[in-house]
Design a protein around this ligand. Sequence first.
Ligand SMILES: [Zn+2]
Length: 611
Amino acid sequence: MPHLQQTWDNRSFYQGSDDPEITVTVNCLKADIKALADLCTPFVEPIEAAAPIPAAQVDRWLAHVRAAHQRRTETYNRLGNLRTFISSVLSVDSRDPRASEWKPTLQQLGAEISQATKALDIFLLRADDNFIQALVADPVLEELRFSLQHQRQLQDQLLSLAEEQLITGLAVNGLQGWGNLYSELAGKGQCTVQGNSMGLAKAFNLLSSPDRAIRSEAWHGIKTTWEGQADTVAAILNAINGWRLEETKQRSHHRRLHYLDKSCHQSRIDRATLDAMMEATYQRRNLGQRALVAMGKVLNISTMEPWDLFAPPPTGGQAEGQGERVAFEQAVDLVAQAFRQFNPAMGDFAVMMAEKGWIDAQPTPNRATGAYCTSFAEPKEPRIFMTFEGSMNNVLTLAHELGHAWHNWVMADLTRYKTFYPMTLAETASIFGETLVRDALFEQASTPEQKLKIAWEEGAAAATFLLNIPARFTFEQKLVEARQQGFVIADTLKTMMADSWQHWYEDSLGSYDEMFWASKLHFSIAGLGFYNYPYLFGYLFSLGIYAQKDRQGSAFNHLYTSLLRDTGTMTAEAVVQHHLQQDIRQPEFWQASLDIVDRAVSRLESLVTCQ
Ligand SMILES: [Zn+2]
């Protein structure tokens, strides 16, 4: 095994948050913004004229668009590199003082770029169809084809240029400020477990301790910490959702866009697809509930509780509390082997990520919670952040993030605008990675204990994706509906969350996590609402694709790569129609995936019975 690093090395970009080069970049960005504003000023005139571009002037306007577009790409790449670098520092140490200072500066610069190019955006969204046809025939601008066609569907939601610039400018200290406040609370929050004070990321990992008392203490500790911040987080959720509702209202001159239609547009799925998926899942909620019952039997727990949801399966023969730990090197190797069976290049890629120091997984104090995959813009290099402490859950998180990274990697040669894929399709690639690993581990398992371990992970996934994720969706719907009526206080949020869990878990849990709206960062992400259903989409969709693996044989490897490469230039419906000839607006598509989950849950149940 070659030497693998567990901390990332991003020094090819900047030496640290105190690198003087950062100031140089920021000054460059300021000059870029000035230049962009000058390049985009001419578009004000045709916007105000609101008439088709005369044929004789098409070439002149195409040249203007080309110049602004190219400068914008360079600027975003510059900003992208610095932004990824600064957030990489803050993820490892949320208290890094210089990075904390740079973060709002970069958000401000992002908003200024967006303001400077607003006239270009509006011009492109309002331009007549003939001009757009000429534009996408241009070799440089051709990369905008899908993005323009998609954005132009919401043409009627546009405000005036001045209003659009105002919203973007105010959002930095308004909308985004609330999201930042949440990250600070999560990064600095401390709780006590077994007499030890620790950050929330570390406490979260204790939820997968084999010792039920530790899990319970960690869960209650996290809950107590967030209860101390309940009013602050309630203020955050109200501000973020209130902002979105007001913005939608302001944009509704011609048509009031439903919040779910807005989210579906961002996710590049039809509302019919979302409805078909949620309905099919609700009909089969019993699958996740059966998985929980089976897991309870294995653990000898009569009623599962929220702190048991991440429990590991018992390890045969070992004393309680001595759960099997996997070393980071071993984890990378496990994932790489599983990927390799499907596609050798994908396996090599996983090892390369660790060899190059593109993964940060070593626990640190004041570490951010959660895991993510991100990417530098130029050169396009992926990075993975997570907290690895050796549980099977950690191994699957690594597989998940490596699935994302592979998705980025196969698209690395595409131009910038062809690489923007929606979350629904992003989570397909990551969960596909997880599935490969779970499946390979099951194949390798020779003893019933080993088989149970994997079947357990499958059961746990079914419970997460088919119950927990939908409960988050139900909660968010309730929250948005209630916010339309007024401010929603913390106590109401607790009730809403408990009701949402009840709706999906029913009596498969002894109690519900009523502070989940505070502890789960997903509800406080400023940039995006309804952050959760894409995970369910990714889970069921990737299982659907996975089922094609055996049917398609060796052709599948290629099919999967081309499907991933198309995720930035097609809607989810079109991707599936094109590559798999299926219609995801129909319940049958989702039911077929749920049948696969059914088989996995039955497998777990049969292993439990023969224990
Ligand atoms: Zn993911």
